[in-house]
Design a protein around this ligand. Structure first.
Ligand code: FES
Ligand code: FES
Length: 196
């Protein structure tokens, strides 16, 4: 899980985003209610994350979610944003080896952590066994959910709790596939678990 990219640093972008527009709406509401309360949000917070083996120093709006950091600041668009509210699993990445919905995670919460995205799973120019198994079992159609499914499956296998196909279905239930490729996804995971 290494790559050759040098350490980088980045700052919050200045162009308005949907999240920024929503945030500014929150601040206007706060100003309107100033007679009863005041709201102070720090403009930027510094820290660093190691993403797929490359350390990135950051200066970010503390409300920046991890999925937005990955996609909008680091151009790692393999991680998908589906629902943006923790219900579909498309945004699943590994934080220090544990699977997490990155749309529900503020990047600054994990200062110093190791993040693995779908781009970081392959090693030595070879696909990760789960990537190969998804191909072998035709475990996708449109592919939108696939990065999250594969990252979640990597976390599932590391957890060691799944023993049966039913366990896999239960423990992968947070990853939705609108194309209904569930049977093949379970078969792919079983292949990697050596239980096919
Ligand atoms: S985009 Fe994060 S769970 Fe749906
Ligand atoms: S392959 Fe299309 S959503 Fe899963």
């Amino acid at each position: 899980m290494t790559n050759n990219r040098a350490d980088t640093s980045f700052r919050s972008s200045s162009h308005p985003t949907r999240r920024g527009i929503v945030a500014s709406g929150v601040m206007v509401s706060g100003a309107a209610a100033q007679s009863s309360t005041s709201l102070t949000i720090p403009e930027a917070v510094s820290g660093s994350l190691t993403v797929n083996g490359t350390r990135h120093a950051f200066m970010l709006d503390p409300r920046t979610t991890l999925v937005d950091l990955l996609r909008e600041h680091l151009d790692l668009t393999g991680t998908k944003k589906g629902c943006d509210q923790g219900q579909c699993g498309a945004c699943t990445v590994l934080i220090d080896g544990r699977r997490v919905n990155s749309c529900l995670t503020f990047a600054v919460m994990y200062d110093g952590a190791q993040i693995t995205t779908i781009e970081g799973l392959a090693a030595n120019r070879a696909l990760h066994p789960l990537q190969q198994a998804f191909i072998d079992h035709d475990a996708f159609q449109c592919g939108y959910c696939t990065p999250g499914q594969i990252c979640s499956a990597a976390g599932l296998i590391a957890e060691g709790r799944a023993k049966t196909a039913e366990d896999i279905r239960e423990l992968m239930s947070g990853n939705i596939c609108r194309c209904g490729a569930y049977t093949n996804i379970v078969a792919a995971i079983q292949q990697v678990m050596g239980r096919s």
